[in-house]
Design a protein around this ligand. Structure first.
Ligand SMILES: Nc1ncnc2c1ncn2[C@@H]1O[C@H](COP(=O)(O)OP(=O)(O)OP(=O)(O)O)[C@@H](O)[C@H]1O
Length: 613
């Protein structure tokens, strides 16, 4: 069979040499790794396809096998166009590809066998081998798809600004190549763009060998094999999200619980850091989150706090037991016409705002503050060699972006009441992070892709990979490292590498504009400079329309027959306040929540948004 598997030619000493070797000699090593793989793989795939035509057993599986082999060839072809292939180490995970394809050829050959003796003795073995090969090919498809997807940057473009030395800031536009299972030292982020600028994260990638210590008693440590089973071996079919740093899979644990399994894509320090950051921060959020405002009952002028914030959780907003309004209730909460109100002092004077009618046993409704709005529950984690995996509760409606700009935008467009519930929920979550948590947290990556929706479309902010816990007296965190998504990053963050509460406000504003605009892109006549596109592409358009008093044009056409036009326009104005160029001019998230919740709060005139020109 060997002769049909590899084309050969006569070498100098009359020996036969595989074509691959010949190619390797003719071309420089680095440049030809991909071609080498390509050639060899192409002939193997061709062989497989031919043999499948005449199999007599396991026909369906053989056909599936041929399909996967063809897909692999296609993916390799796409990857060849990418510079990443010049690094031979990027191909390490495909090293076994050729041997797998050879096994595939062999096993298909067995399936062509028609003799009864063979069937009697070997058919069991063949079926097993076939399943193994199918599984191995599936792994390869997943790996290559991840490479293709991320190299092509299927989502919003990412930027990485890295301060190598205190005064050198470098920019990368586009997504860096990740690879599952590659040793960290194989990553080199030194590509240059056509202007000769250095791209990407430079510096030595470091292997993180030991998992960070996890002291959270509530978190479960999962075995890798358990997650393999839960996600059908991290199969492509189970893949539900590809981020810049991880791939997320839907899975089902033995006990039937649906989970989202977030597996780090890089083996570099940076993505590990992202997942470890989440592992560190999320349990803190959950602790405060679950215990604060769990049940609030209003009895005339009394508010009974059944659950309460632990002393190290939130800032002592509530106390255990029964408190009389106006006495033990913190100053932000006051009695007003017999209702719980939030009184706010620093936005154009004092405004009193009834956030929502109090309802018995409905915690968030009672005071309009976030109960369990901040994040999906982190159930546990898994570390094994170079693997870093987080396991979350599964959110059946996944992320907001698919409803706003993705395929569900047309199939299941959200009406205004749903959108406004989501917007308020995000604002509540951000207030919770900025004001109520101890330490306060800057999310750093607010955008529709990082808002998960539960079964009733309640939003949960996810992805705390780049979030920062603020020191008590700090209001920003400057690392010089910038990671974010085009369109949602505040200009001062992109330029200076400092995350602040105000950069989150900017991202919230850009998200709000997108939620209001929906899928429909801005008019082609709108000349946007590259800079404008980087910072909230809708800013300029919204600003122009606001000045012309023509805001309805910005609003998603599917909402035009709704009866909420006034509120929609008001919210565009709020979004414009959030995306103002100057961080000092932007409202706080607390202000935003008030403005969203109270029509009576008079909105100031927005000033120029970031990158208007
Ligand atoms: N708990 C979950 N339930 C359902 N879907 C989820 C869950 N967590 C994540 N996803 C899906 O996976 C996608 C990527 O998740 P996440 O944003 O956490 O990854 P990431 O690698 O940090 O991505 P990025 O940094 O590019 O935003 C989400 O947009 C969402 O569609």
């Amino acid at each position: 069979m060997a002769q049909v598997l590899r084309a050969r030619r006569r070498g100098g000493g009359g020996r036969e040499e595989p074509i691959a070797l010949v190619v390797c000699c003719c071309l420089g090593f680095a440049a030809n790794v991909a071609q080498l793989v390509g050639l060899d793989v192409a002939s193997l795939v061709k062989e497989i396809k031919e043999r499948v035509q005449t199999v007599s057993q396991n026909k369906e599986d053989c056909e599936l096998l041929a399909e996967r082999a063809e897909l692999i060839l296609d993916l390799l072809g796409r990857l060849q166009k990418s510079k990443v292939i010049e690094d031979p180490d990027m191909w390490k995970p495909t090293e076994r590809l050729r041997s797998t394809l050879r096994r595939a050829c062999e096993v298909i050959e067995f399936c062509r066998e028609r003799s009864c003796t063979y069937r009697f003795c070997k058919s069991d073995h063949t079926a097993k081998e076939l399943r193994k090969v199918l599984k191995a090919l599936k792994f390869c498809v997943t790996h290559l798809t991840a490479l293709v997807t991320i190299i092509n940057g299927d989502q919003t473009t990412r930027y990485f600004l890295v301060q190598q030395t205190p005064d050198v800031v470098q920019l990368q536009d586009g997504v860096l190549a990740p690879a599952l299972g590659l040793p960290a030292q194989h990553f080199k982020y030194n590509d240059r763009n056509d202007r000769g600028e250095t791209l990407g994260i430079s510096g030595k990638a470091q292997l993180v060998t030991e998992p960070s210590s996890v002291n959270e008693p509530g978190l479960k440590r999962f075995a890798f094999s358990q997650l393999e089973v839960a996600t059908d071996n991290f199969s492509l079919e189970n893949q539900i999200g590809v981020g810049a740093f991880s791939i997320v899979y839907q899975g089902q644990l033995n006990e039937g619980l649906e989970v989202a399994v977030k597996r780090a894509s890089y083996v570099d320090k940076i993505p590990f850091h992202q997942l470890e950051n989440e592992l560190d921060l999320i349990p803190k959020l959950q602790h405060t989150n679950m215990r604060v405002f769990t049940v609030l009952e209003e009895r005339r002028y009394q508010i009974q706090v059944v659950h309460y914030a632990p002393s190290n959780g939130c800032k002592g907003l509530v106390r255990r037991g029964t408190a009389s309004l106006g006495k033990q209730v913190p100053s932000n909460f006051q009695r007003w016409k017999g209702r719980v109100v939030l009184s706010h002092m620093n936005w154009k004077g004092t405004s009193h705002c009834l956030l929502s009618p109090p309802q018995i046993n409905q915690p968030d409704a009672a005071v309009g503050l976030p109960a369990a709005v901040t994040t999906g529950e982190l159930l546990g984690y898994c570390t094994r060699k170079r693997e870093r995996i987080l396991v979350f509760e599964y959110m059946p409606n996944r992320s907001l972006d698919s409803f706003i700009t993705g395929e569900r935008a047309t199939k299941e467009p959200l009406d205004w009441p749903k959108r406004s519930q989501i917007v308020r929920g995000i604002a509540q979550g951000a207030v919770y992070l900025h004001k109520l948590c101890e330490p306060r947290i800057i999310h750093g990556g607010l955008k529709p892709g990082n808002i998960l929706l539960d079964a009733s479309l309640k939003p949960k902010i996810c992805d705390f990979g780049i979030s920062k816990a603020l020191k008590a007296d700090a209001d920003k965190d400057c690392t010089g490292v910038v990671v974010g998504s085009r369109g949602f990053m505040a200009p001062e963050y992109k330029q200076g590498g400092c995350l602040s509460l105000q950069t989150d406000v900017y991202s919230f504003g850009a998200t709000l504009l997108q939620i209001i605009r929906g899928k429909h892109i801005s008019p082609s006549s709108l000349a946007l400079s590259d800079e404008s596109r980087n910072y909230g592409p809708l800013n300029k358009w919204a600003w122009n329309l606001w000045k012309d008093g023509n805001l309805m044009e910005l609003i998603d056409p599917s909402l035009h027959d709704e009866t909420h036009a006034a509120e929609m326009k008001r919210w565009v104005q709020i979004a414009l306040l959030c995306v103002q160029q100057s961080p000092e001019e932007r409202p706080s998230m607390w202000d935003v929540l008030l403005m969203l919740s109270c029509d009576s709060v008079i909105l100031p005139e927005p000033k120029l948004p970031a990158y208007y020109c």
